[in-house]
Ligand binder design. Structure first.
Ligand code: NI
Length: 169
């Protein structure tokens, strides 16, 4: 049975904690296998194109990404290469609802990671797929798209309120 996990919403401090690497044995454990299924279910239900473990309160280097061919699981991902060429596109985040902003990111990257079975994978990603991977890897390092955006295009007021509640806490 899979379940939809509650999302952590900015400024929840867990979103700022760096995720911990997983060993192959940990990846293959029942606990992590269940977590992967639950994260996929959560991503689909919440209509996200990516979800990182810190967003459901787990400080682990684990992310799931939606593609046309189903979901891709990246564990301990590393960006091996980033193209010098960048593009500015609008981004949002399930943890920062109603807020959108443009972010400049490399249009092509080379990635290494473990997949959901603990197998080492290496691949090149372009365009939106590359952007989503970079956004999710940022999550694993406690970085949010609002840190990188120079132009919040929607939800400035919502974001200002969220930031204010962060200053008080
Ligand atoms: Ni996000």
């Amino acid at each position: 049975m899979t379940k939809v996990l509650p999302l952590k919403i900015y400024p929840d401090p867990v979103l700022r904690i760096k995720g911990k690497k997983l060993t192959v044995a940990e990846i293959q454990s029942d606990e992590i296998q269940q977590l992967i299924l639950d994260m996929e279910e959560t991503m689909i239900t919440e209509e996200g194109i990516g979800l990182a473990a810190p967003q459901i309160g787990k400080s682990l280097r684990l992310t799931v990404i939606r593609t046309d061919d189903g979901s891709v699981v990246l564990i301990n991902p590393r960006i091996l290469m980033k193209s010098l060429k960048k593009e500015k596109e609008e981004e949002g985040c399930l943890s920062i609802p109603e807020v959108f902003g443009t972010v400049r990111r490399a249009i092509k990257i080379r990635v290494s990671a473990f997949d959901q079975n603990g197998k080492k994978i290496k691949f090149t990603a372009n365009g939106l797929f590359a952007r989503v991977i970079l956004h999710e890897v940022d999550h694993l390092n406690g970085i949010l798209f609002i840190d990188r955006s120079k132009e919040i295009t929607k939800g400035q007021e919502v974001l200002a309120k969220m930031k204010k509640s962060n200053d008080k806490s």
